[in-house]
Ligand binder design. Structure first.
Ligand code: MLT
Length: 407
C-alpha cells in the first residue's frame, strides 16, 4: 500500500493566500454585484516596463528564426543576465559577487522553499514570526518540525518581531544552524540597518550557521544608508545565501524570473566533520531538477539593467510606494498605528482585534481584501497587512470605502 509523507498532515489545510482566495471567491459568489478590491496578496497590476517588453518581443522573434533559435540554455542562466546582475545589483554597490555565483530561476518562492533540501533533517532552524509562510511550511513538509501547537511548530526557534522589540527580532538565545531573514520585510515592511545586519552575520559566523536572506523587495528601498544586499556586510560571503526576484521590481509575477546568489566560500559540514561547498551542492540540485528560465524571459529580465529599464523600474516601484504612502496615511488618520510602506510595499497595521475578524469586516463592509496578520504567525495576531500593489484608482477607491466603513 502506498503511504503519504505524513509531514504534510501537520500543515494547515491550505496555503495562506489560497485560503484568502477561497474566502473571497465565496463572498463574491454570494454578492455578485459587489466590486472587490484586492490589497491582499502582493501581486503587481501595472504592465511590464517598455524596455522589458521590447527585449521580450525581440527574443521571441529570435526563437522563430532557425539561425537565432535556442533550445535548452544553461540551467544556471545565460551569461548576459548573470553578468548584468552581478555588476548592477552587487558590484556597483561594493558587494563582491561574481556572475558564476548567480543561479537564475523562475521565482524566489521556489528557491527559498527548495533551498532547505540540501541541509540535514535534524538542523535547528530559526524563523521570524510573523513571516512569509513558505519558509515554515517547506520545513514542515521536509519533516524538520513536530506538530503545530498553539500556532507554533515544535522544534522551530521563533524570532519574534513585536512592538516591544521595535519589530526587530533578537538573536536566538540557543544555537541554530539555519536562519531565515527577509528585508525589506514581508509582511511587516521594515528594514535592517548595517549594524543590525552585522549582528546577524557575526552570530552566523560564531555558530557555523547559514543565513537565507530574502531580498525580494530590495528595489523599494529609498533610504540609501540601508543595506541592499547582505553582501554589503563584511564576512557575509562566508555565511549567507541571498534570494532576489524580478517579480516586484519589474512586474514579473506572471512572467517569472528570479535568482539566488551563493558565494563560493559558503560551506556546510557532513556528520564526519568534512566541509562541503553549498555552491556545488545547489548547482547539483539545480541542474538535476531545473532546466532553466526561457530565453525570452531572461532577455526581458536583462533589459531591467539597461538605462531605460533602470528608469522605468524606478518609476514602477515609485508608483507602488506612492500607493503605500496613501494607504499608511489613511489608516493612521483612522487612528491605527502602522509601520512599513516607506522602504517596502507592505503596511503592517495594528488593529488590536482578531485578524480574521478584521479581514471579514473589511471584506464585508468595504469590499476590500487585506491579509490577516495571524496568517503570518502568532505574533501577527491583532494586525493586518495591506499591500500597495494595485492601480491608483483602486487604491483611492479602497481607501474611501475603508474610511467610510471604519470611521
Ligand atoms: C505576498 O503577498 O506575500 C507575496 O505576493 C507572496 C509571494 O511573492 O509569493
Amino acid at each position: 500500500m502506498i503511504h503519504i509523507n505524513e509531514n504534510f498532515l501537520k500543515l494547515k489545510a491550505s496555503y495562506l493566500f489560497s485560503d484568502i482566495a477561497k474566502r473571497v471567491a465565496a463572498y463574491q459568489a454570494e454578492n455578485p454585484d459587489k466590486t472587490i478590491i484586492k490589497l491582499g496578496i502582493g501581486d503587481v497590476t501595472e504592465p511590464l516596463p517598455q524596455a522589458c517588453l521590447e527585449a521580450f518581443h525581440k527574443a521571441i522573434d529570435e526563437m522563430g528564426n532557425r539561425d537565432t533559435f535556442r533550445g535548452y540554455g544553461p540551467e544556471q542562466g545565460y551569461p548576459f543576465l548573470r553578468e548584468a546582475i552581478a555588476q548592477h545589483d552587487f558590484q556597483n554597490r561594493g558587494a563582491d559577487v561574481s556572475p558564476d555565483e548567480i543561479f537564475v530561476s523562475d521565482g524566489s518562492k521556489c528557491d527559498s522553499g527548495n533551498f532547505q533540501e540540501i541541509f540535514a533533517d535534524d538542523i535547528r532552524i530559526a524563523i521570524p514570526d510573523p513571516v512569509y509562510p513558505v519558509y515554515v511550511d517547506t520545513n514542515v513538509m521536509a519533516g524538520r518540525t513536530g506538530q503545530n501547537i498553539d500556532e507554533r511548530y515544535q522544534n522551530l526557534v521563533y524570532l519574534e518581531a513585536t512592538k516591544e522589540n521595535n519589530y526587530s527580532p533578537a538573536l536566538p538565545t540557543e544555537p541554530v544552524d539555519l536562519i531565515y531573514l527577509c528585508y525589506p520585510n514581508n509582511p511587516i515592511g521594515v528594514t535592517l540597518n548595517k549594524e543590525q545586519l552585522n549582528a546577524w552575520v557575526d552570530y552566523a559566523k560564531e555558530n557555523k550557521a547559514i543565513i537565507l536572506y530574502d531580498a525580494a523587495y530590495v528595489s523599494f528601498i529609498r533610504d540609501e544608508a540601508t543595506p541592499h544586499s547582505i553582501y554589503e556586510i563584511e564576512g557575509a560571503r562566508d555565511v549567507a545565501v541571498e534570494f532576489r526576484s524580478f517579480s516586484k521590481t519589474a512586474g514579473f509575477t506572471g512572467t517569472r524570473c528570479a535568482f539566488t546568489v551563493i558565494p563560493k566560500e559558503l560551506k556546510a559540514w557532513d556528520k564526519a566533520g568534512n566541509e562541503h561547498s553549498i555552491h556545488a551542492l545547489w548547482n547539483r540540485r539545480h541542474s538535476t531538477k531545473f532546466n532553466g528560465v526561457s530565453y525570452p524571459i531572461q532577455r526581458a529580465a536583462a533589459a531591467v539593467y539597461s538605462p531605460e529599464g533602470q528608469l522605468e523600474t524606478k518609476q514602477l516601484t515609485d508608483f507602488y510606494l506612492e500607493n503605500a504612502k496613501l494607504i499608511r496615511d489613511a489608516m493612521e488618520k483612522l487612528g491605527y498605528s502602522c509601520i512599513g510602506g516607506d522602504n517596502a510595499p507592505y503596511i503592517w497595521i495594528h488593529t488590536g482585534t482578531d485578524s480574521w475578524e478584521f479581514f471579514d469586516k473589511l471584506l464585508q463592509k468595504a469590499g476590500v481584501v487585506c491579509t490577516p496578520g495571524s496568517g503570518f504567525g502568532r505574533c501577527g495576531e491583532g494586525y493586518v497587512r495591506i499591500s500597495a500593489f494595485n492601480s491608483r484608482e483602486n487604491v483611492v477607491t479602497a481607501l474611501e470605502r475603508i474610511t467610510e466603513s471604519l470611521s
